[in-house]
Ligand binder design. Structure first.
Ligand SMILES: [Cu+2]
Length: 103
C-alpha cells in the first residue's frame, strides 16, 4: 500500500481478535501498538517503509507493509524482512514479496 507523508492510516475491526502493531518504521516515525479489537489511527509522519503485524497471528505472517513517499529505508526494510521470515511458521514469502513491491 502507498501513502503520502502526513496521511493517516486507520485500522478498523472487521473480524475479532486481531490487532495492529508496527515492528519496523522509518527513522523519526512514530511506532504503534493497538490492543486486540482496538481501532487505531496512525499518523504516517516520516517517509519510508513501515511494517506491521497482528501479534496473535504473527506465526502465519499476518503482516502489512506501507510505503510512504519514497522508500528511503528500503535496504534496512529488506534486511528486517529477511530476518523476520525465520520467525514464521507459514506464508514465509509474504513479507518479502510485499517489501519487494517497493520502488
Ligand atoms: Cu490477527
Amino acid at each position: 500500500m502507498k501513502a503520502a507523508k502526513g496521511d493517516t492510516l486507520k485500522f478498523i475491526k472487521t473480524d475479532p481478535s486481531h490487532n495492529s502493531s508496527s515492528f519496523f518504521v522509518p527513522k523519526g516515525a512514530t511506532a504503534w501498538k493497538g490492543k486486540p479489537d482496538e481501532e487505531i489511527v496512525v499518523k504516517l509522519d516520516a517517509e519510508g517503509i513501515y511494517m506491521y503485524q497482528c501479534d496473535p497471528h504473527k506465526p502465519m505472517a499476518m503482516v502489512g507493509v506501507v510505503q510512504v513517499g519514497k522508500p528511503v529505508n528500503l535496504d534496512d526494510a529488506k534486511k528486517e524482512a529477511a530476518a523476520y521470515v525465520g520467525t514464521l511458521a507459514m506464508n514465509k514469502d509474504r513479507l518479502t514479496r510485499y517489501v519487494d513491491q517497493a520502488k
